[in-house]
Design a protein around this ligand. Structure first.
Ligand code: AMP
Length: 574
């Protein structure tokens, strides 16, 4: 019997969003004034010389554009337990540790009550629009969520990943209930100290309430793919658990065992049903709707660095729609997906004007010493910008490091497509290639691999300057081994697909050597992920590093120890 928990008026939520976005300019002004008014006593704003002013021109003249680097000393004081108003007038109740996989190093970020409120507002807004296009009933959601450990800093402040801080906040669970998505799994699974055991139990819990599952969620597409790849390996154990009503001995965490044992009863019919389905699927195509017949969609971030997983996800999803989750960061939310019908490749995010004060640096000016950012309602359709924001969590004109493209407007607020992280990841001399360029090149070469009925399971890269001339190294884990000449062709395609003039020119003049493709053994990227989990990254927030810097000795070691084959491009041999 499903409980009716919803009290949320979805039409009202949509109306509020419409109203707010129609008045985006005014809301932006009010939001900035409110942030400055609330935080005028802070050490940071005082130091900028604002002296209590809430005037936009004063703000722009006195508050500098910063990155996490400049904020580090202020945040360090907070972590050390300094309760004075440093970045925010109110004491910071917790600190988020960002995954760091996209920038190469973990960052500490204030997690405030306002950030929690924003999160709930964003979830409500996105749900209202999603539910208008893809209505779900009252039921459950299979959510692959993992709450890693929170620890208390020496200064007495709780520190955890942003998702951990969210899941451990009682307001969050209540907020989720109001959007009809009660997680299938008990809290003990979400908070399990062992993520592998948690994943197994999430899958098992999902199957136990398979008819009630309304949608399947993970924060990132990578986690969804990882979950169902894992299912391919553990399904027989799951079926055995259901048949006998006894939990596999692989689950050893006592709290998880106790919680799961309460849910399990011998159910031979269900076990047989799942077994038959698994035996009859061809290459696991359409696995998700087979397991969860009433699921209406899959939900998670599928844009940016998650795009490489979309094809695999489509394979598991059969015909189920894939809906892209919203756009934000540990530092603050940015935009909601209010056009959920768009496929992941076209997904856009409408900036939510009361989350903060948003500014945009035209892409051509991002390297300039004094770029001139424009306001939220001044951006131009078709242009790319670096985004910066000022919010209630103590970020003032903060450069997040993301590049976005304005695809259109929703009322008066821009709809953004995520393009890439600004940092160049592959560069030896005058060549400049971003994560996006790498992705495009890998996609082109993966097409050749698909002719061999094989796929790229995961990939990364490195710049190798240990010998002259330096060259790019691409690591691939693939689903099988084709003929060597096919891989040689893939290597050539990779090399030819970096189209930036600096690269092509340097290759032709042999200032950059032939691109190297290294094929690593099965499970190598899993080892990389485990390494990051060991460092405290949350399983739900993990993003594969697409370029491994030379200082990341451990990851380079994992990759190089597992190389099975190496190819050097012959694409530019004249
Ligand atoms: P984190 O540091 O773990 O909080 O990750 C935040 C970063 O993840 C953002 O700055 C983006 O680069 C990326 N990100 C977040 N949401 C999306 C999205 N919807 N699409 C693409 N990338 C995203």
């Amino acid at each position: 019997m499903l409980e009716k928990v919803e009290t949320l008026d979805l039409t009202k939520v949509i109306d509020e969003f419409e109203e707010m976005t129609r008045n985006a300019e005014e809301i932006q002004r009010q939001t900035l004034v409110d942030i400055l008014e609330k935080n005028k006593s802070t050490f940071y704003l005082q130091r900028c010389g604002l002296n209590g002013s809430t005037d936009i021109d004063d703000f722009k003249a006195m508050v500098p554009l910063v990155t996490d680097h400049e904020l580090e000393p202020y945040i360090k004081r907070i972590v050390e337990g300094d309760k004075s108003p440093i970045l925010t007038a109110q004491p910071v109740p917790a600190i988020s540790l960002s995954s760091g996989t996209s920038q190469g190093r973990p960052k500490f970020i204030p997690f405030t009550d306002e950030l929690m409120e924003n999160t709930l507002q964003l979830f409500r807004t996105a749900f209202a629009f999603r539910n208008r296009d893809f209505p779900i009933g009252y039921g459950k959601a299979l959510q692959f969520i993992f709450s890693s450990k929170q620890y208390i800093s020496e200064g007495g402040v709780p520190v955890g990943t942003a998702t951990t801080n969210l899941y451990r906040n009682p307001k969050f669970k209540a907020g989720l209930q109001s959007i009809r998505s009660i997680c299938c799994s008990p809290d003990e699974v979400i908070f399990s100290p062992d993520v592998h055991q948690a994943l197994y139990c999430h899958l098992l819990c999902g199957i136990l309430c398979r008819d009630e599952v309304q949608y399947v969620f993970a924060a990132f597409a990578h986690s969804l793919v990882h979950a169902f790849r894992t299912f391919e390996h553990v399904w027989e154990d799951i079926v055995a658990d259901i048949r006998e009503g006894v939990l596999s001995s692989r689950i050893t965490v006592p709290s998880v065992r106790a919680a799961m044992s309460k849910l399990l009863r011998p159910n031979p019919e269900l076990a047989e049903l799942i077994r038959t389905k698994c035996m009859n699927l061809s290459n696991w195509y359409g696995l998700i709707p087979e397991l969860f017949p009433n699921a209406k969609y899959l939900y998670g971030i599928m844009t940016g660095s998650m795009e490489p997983y979309v094809n695999k996800l489509r394979h598991y999803a059969g015909g189920l729609p894939l809906i892209s989750h919203d756009y934000g960061s540990s530092e603050g939310w940015i935009g909601a997906n209010v056009t959920p019908r768009l496929p992941p490749e076209e997904a856009v995010f409408a900036v939510v004007p009361n989350f903060g004060y948003f500014e945009f640096i035209p892409i051509a000016e991002t390297e300039e010493a004094l770029p001139k950012p424009v306001g939220l309602t001044e951006v131009k359709v078709g242009e790319e910008y670096e985004i910066l924001f000022t919010n209630y969590a103590g970020m003032y004109r903060y450069r997040l490091g993301d590049v976005v493209k304005v695809m259109g407007f929703y009322n008066k607020t821009p709809q953004l497509k995520f393009i890439c992280r600004k940092n160049l990841i592959l560069s030896i001399n005058i060549d400049k290639n971003t994560e996006r360029d790498l992705q495009v090149s890998v996609e082109a070469a993966a097409k050749r691999l698909s002719e061999e009925k094989l796929e790229v399971l995961d990939f990364s890269s490195q710049v190798d300057v240990s010998s002259e001339p330096g060259h790019y190294v691409i690591y691939w884990e693939i689903s099988g081994v084709p003929a060597m000449d096919a891989l040689q062709e893939c290597c050539n395609i990779l090399d030819r697909s970096f189209l930036d003039a600096g690269y092509v020119g340097s290759r032709k003049s042999q200032n950059i050597g032939p691109l190297e493709l290294r094929i690593v053994g099965k499970g190598t990227f899993k080892k990389v992920q485990e390494h990051y989990l060991g460092l405290g990254t949350s399983a739900g927030q993990f993003k594969m590093p697409r370029c491994v810097k030379h200082i990341n000795i451990k990851v380079l070691q994992i990759l190089s120890e597992n190389v099975d084959y190496r190819f050097f491009s012959t694409a530019f041999d004249f």
